[in-house]
Design a protein around this ligand. Structure first.
Ligand code: CO
Length: 337
């Protein structure tokens, strides 16, 4: 691609072309499925209700790669739309559901093996099944696992979820955490506030729950874990959290080191949409722990993935190359697979 540094997008969603009968796998009151209208457009559906209009790149690998060609993205690490996590479903059904979605993702990737890679999803409400499915999926070709930032009312410091992270660390499976099912939705009915306020808060809560609980002290240092949307509010609020840790024993009760010191234990994506925010992110996280992520193909995503990083006023050429591709190649082990 014309001498420009390679671009790997680690935050790119798909919604598989699920028929209505496949959607019934979950046994939910409202069946999720995808209606392909055959003209490059379609709808995410719930029973007969049109939930959201969508376009072919969301489910069609060829249309997706054509769009990547237009926007200069070399490789996408795809993850399912978070609404498909289904952590509230009966575990055995959620397991079959995850396996079905994971197999479809691999079929999409198989059409363009040098361009599309995928993260699996797992029935995280049952950690034994989740471990089983993540192992099976990675053996089948997925490059990591995509999880929500909370499960059945539990944050990521829940002992069962720690057990899942320990399994992923032992098996060298990278984890991407995405916010979903946002808090206080009843107070955010308008203006996409659930996305603008809820999502960054959810991600902040996820990181804080791991840091302040001492979860990172229990987990192996080689756990690979990344949070989307630049880690939400983490970078902007870490000074406040460190101050509280120094001043109040109830903040540091389970966390032996200053919260900011744990920034070395995780990565974030670059979806912050502002050069100043990117500067802060690099200052807090370090350029080796940020990976380009666009939130493709949804309307709140970066239209030209990597444009913010490539055009940054403060990053060195080397830092741009790391963030645009190098860090992701290492994190997900993309080269040589
Ligand atoms: Co996203």
């Amino acid at each position: 691609m014309t001498g420009a540094p390679p671009r790997v997008d680690i935050h790119a969603h798909f919604y598989p072309k699920l028929s209505r009968s496949q959607g019934e796998t979950l046994g939910l009151a409202a069946t999720p499925w995808l209606r392909d209208d055959g003209d490059g457009t379609g709808f995410m559906m719930e029973d007969d209700r049109e939930y959201r209009p969508v376009q072919a790149p969301l489910w069609d690998a060829a249309a997706r790669v054509a769009q990547m060609d237009q926007t200069g993205v070399d490789v996408q690490v795809m993850s399912a739309t978070p609404m498909l996590f289904s952590y509230d479903a009966e575990p055995a059904r959620a397991h079959r559901w995850a396996a079905m979605i994971n197999d479809i993702a691999l079929e999409m990737c198989a059409q363009f093996p040098t361009r599309l890679r995928s993260l699996c999803q797992v029935p995280l409400q049952d950690v034994d099944l989740a471990c089983q499915e993540v192992r099976r999926s990675v053996d089948a070709g997925h490059v990591g696992v995509h999880i929500g930032n909370h499960v059945s009312g539990r944050n990521l410091d829940d002992p069962e979820l720690i057990r899942f992270f320990a399994f992923c660390a032992d098996e060298a499976i990278p984890v991407l955490v995405h916010p979903w099912d946002m808090m206080a939705g009843e107070r955010m009915p308008k203006y996409m506030l659930q996305w603008l306020v809820g999502m960054p808060a959810e991600t902040h809560l996820a990181i804080m729950s791991m840091v302040l609980s001492g979860a990172f002290e229990q987990l192996p240092e080689d756990l690979k874990i990344c949070f989307t949307h630049g880690g939400g509010n983490f970078a902007a609020q870490i000074g406040r959290v460190d101050n509280a840790w120094h001043r109040r024993d109830i903040v540091r009760a389970d966390c032996p080191n200053p919260p900011s010191s744990y920034a070395t234990r995780f990565s974030v994506d670059s979806a912050v949409f502002s050069d100043d925010a990117l500067r802060l992110l690099v200052a807090v996280m370090g350029e080796e722990r940020i990976m380009m992520g666009s939130d493709y193909p949804f309307p709140l995503g970066e239209t030209e993935p990597g444009k913010l990083v490539a055009g940054s006023s403060h990053l060195s050429t080397n830092a741009k190359e790391l963030i645009l591709a190098g860090n992701a190649n290492v994190f997900f082990g993309l080269e040589g697979k």
